[in-house]
Ligand binder design. Structure first.
Ligand SMILES: *Cc1c(COP(=O)(O)O)cnc(C)c1O
Length: 396
């Protein structure tokens, strides 16, 4: 398989295909290696590892004053979103859910399941919710106590304007919760610059760990006030935190190997230069990959302004010789696993740019796409007119 090493990173996955997906993603070899040991969950060594993870994550969020705490939660990202919503929204609260894709809609679905009041702004597949419309919705409904925003809506790859949304929320005395699953660690969510009560992310996104747990970073006073809110025993962030403060332990079996891998991932994150450097590498990955794909005739769903440095949606080419499943298999045979699209109106696919990869790999992704098109007999990757008409609806 054509996965030779590059100058920046030695081959992180021993010839296995690169995952161009937004988590699980391609992790460094040393991250995988960190899992080759067993840990006792009650042991002091493991308790110290958990504490180190939490301390480092609070620092990544920019808090140096002890005003915020980090609580790790077992499970995939969705478990942690559910735990954040269930813990921070009181039983008589009401949430304004801002949706522009699958993850926003999942947050709304979660509210329905846990039986809390909510209202929804649904912007469709990829229009960003803007500060002024959030403000208008809050003015119109004084019973709304919280707003949940998706930082990077991973289904389209749009980077939503959370700073603007936060201002609209706090100008009206409401509270913001953020799903920063696919952005935290690479995109700024510094508590000194963007106000929020709690955010959630997971081990297997921009910190480049493996899947198995997520974490909530929350204003301490808000977490203290959240005691007794949660509908669920295992998802109660307050109870998990209280237990950690008391004993340094997770309440129930922690994913020990995943935590060990995550510590190594955090070490690499710091070594690279933290959030700005991680974000810069991903942005460079995106720029190189998008420029190359556009040269082949591919077009992005989003205008440059909204393109996240996380994942990019492309329209499928109009050429009838283009068949996505064939393209997927050809790309995989060349060492790259891409991601199907999630749009409702036009055919699309996605390419993630996060994980242990740099621009050298991105150039090889473009070369692989070019070869794959040739093998399929597609001369030009230009999208159908309908796709461009759809895109023209993007106002801003
Ligand atoms: C990955 C992700 C989640 C969580 O998804 P899981 O499959 O449960 O890990 C939630 N929100 C966003 C924006 C995501 O990118």
């Amino acid at each position: 398989m054509p996965t030779t090493s590059t100058a920046a990173f030695p081959d992180p996955n021993l010839g296995e295909p690169f995952l161009l997906t937004p988590g699980p993603l391609t992790t460094a070899f040393s991250v995988k290696e960190a899992m080759l040991r067993d840990w006792g969950s009650w042991d002091a060594d493991f308790r110290a590892m958990t504490k180190s993870v939490c301390d480092q994550l609070v620092a990544l969020a920019g808090d140096a004053k002890g005003g915020f705490v980090c609580v790790p939660m077992q499970g995939s990202g969705s478990y942690c979103v559910e735990s954040m919503l269930g813990t921070f929204v009181p039983k008589d609260g009401k949430v304004l859910v801002l949706a522009n894709g699958a993850y926003g809609l999942r947050a709304a679905e979660t509210m329905r399941y846990i039986g809390r009041a909510y209202t929804l702004i649904d912007k469709g597949d990829y229009m960003p919710p803007r500060g002024d419309e959030v403000g208008a919705a809050l003015d119109a409904d004084p019973s709304i106590t919280h707003v949940i925003a998706i930082h990077c809506e991973t289904s389209s790859g749009i980077l939503n304007p959370v700073a603007e949304i936060s201002e609209a929320v706090y100008a009206r005395g409401r509270k913001l919760l953020v799903d920063s699953m696919s952005a935290f660690g690479a995109v700024d969510l510094d508590v000194n610059r963007i106000r929020y009560e709690a955010m959630v992310s997971s081990a297997n996104k921009c910190i480049e760990g493996v899947p198995g747990f997520g974490f909530v970073i929350a204003r301490k006073t808000e977490l203290e006030a959240a005691k007794g809110n949660c509908h669920s025993l295992s998802l109660d962030v307050h109870a998990q935190w209280a237990n950690m403060v008391k004993s340094g332990q997770w309440r129930y079996t922690p994913p020990t190997h995943v935590v060990a891998a995550f510590l190594e991932a955090l070490r690499l994150h710091a070594e690279e230069g933290g959030v700005p450097a991680r974000g810069a590498r991903y942005a460079r990955n995106r720029d190189v990959m998008v420029a190359g794909m556009r040269e082949l005739g591919f077009e992005t769903l989003l205008k440059d302004r909204w393109l996240s440095p996380i994942i990019v949606t492309f329209f499928c080419p109009a050429d009838p010789n283009f068949v996505f499943t064939r393209f997927y298999d050809l790309m995989k045979s060349k060492g790259f696993i891409i991601y199907p699209g999630k749009l409702t109106v036009v055919d699309s696919f996605r390419i993630g740019v996060i994980g242990r990869m740099d621009e050298h790999i991105m150039r090889r992704v473009v070369a692989a796409a070019k070869e794959s098109l040739t093998e399929m007999g597609v001369a030009n990757a230009a999208p159908p007119a309908a796709a461009l008409a759809e895109r023209a609806k993007l106002a801003a």
